[in-house]
Design a protein around this ligand. Sequence first.
Ligand code: ZN
Length: 395
Amino acid sequence: MASALAARPALGWNQETHRSIALAALHLSRAADARVPIEYRDAFLEATAEADPFDRTCLYHRGTRDHKEAAVQAEKMFVALYSPQANANLYMRSKILGQFVHYVADSAVPNALISGGQSSIVNFFGNRNFVLYRSRHPLPRPAGAPAPAVAAPAPAGSAPAVPPGKSFRELLQIYGSEAQWAEDQEESYSFTFRLAVNLVVDALLLLPPREGKENAPDAGPAVFVINRMDTGRGGKSYDMMMYSVEKYQGRSGRTYSVVTDMWILPGGGPAKSVPNLLAKKALQVVEWRKRQEGDVTKIRTLLFNNQDECAVEVSVKGAKTGFPIPGSIPPNSLREVEVSIPTAFLETEKIQVAGKVGPCSHSPGTIPASPRVVYANTANAPEFKERIADNPPPQ
Ligand SMILES: [Zn+2]
């Protein structure tokens, strides 16, 4: 076991973040909420945070120990939801449902967690804006689970079909791996969190809704968790990492150590303050994920047009030249775009995203940012309680 620890094993999300991902999923989709029993929400959330009492810090939920691989575990938990035990006991069912959600969320985690560097994301939530909205990743029912008694009603709108020929486990891994597309950087944390939240929604939709909630829509508001205050915790540096290690003697007589708890004491450090997304009426960058492919760097970015007019002639620009983003961004909307830029340009120029205002044109990838609910980022995993503003749907 000592060697496994020395090899920096993989880690999943921490307990607070697991809870936050589950809460966000229920917030983002009323249909997902309709899959979770009302009676034992606390038990559900507890199990979501701590799915495996023998591995509370998620040391072995991903990586080389196959039996704990997150997507494999999620599949097992889904099947367990149909066991006689789960059918007979709503409390037990709520616990298993929480464990299911835990492992689904662990299938999309930041690079730093995959490589075992949990310390480097001690400030995952601090000094950042998070934007959540529904994006669909359709999943088939896991093998081994009985077919649903009643076929689920087709979701409204043009829901994408399940890609053929792939199992639940494989698709969950494929969708989750999008979190590894970009080089790890803080500007992609909002994306990765949203991906985990959406996968939880997609997975919950495989289950039957509560009685009377059959028509709950797979939709909700856009959720903004905005950076309002400088907590002084934006820095990457940290002071100390503490483990609690317990030694056990196995049946074979061999002694092994288990990390039972982990604390990281943040020390903060120099950081540039990230402005509150909603404070300025301007075109803003919410997420910035990049990946170098030789001479070219691909950038997947989420832009937010917080203006009452359409943003046009948008480009990623340096001092003199720029790289245009085709189309426009409607007022008060988000848009996902991908641009390819010579790596040398990014390395030598101080770049920014800029545009003008004008008449809208075709803009694929546009996401309405209204109606929305807004929460203050407290630098901790959001509990979605401190709602600070709503805005009405557009007229
Ligand atoms: Zn885990």
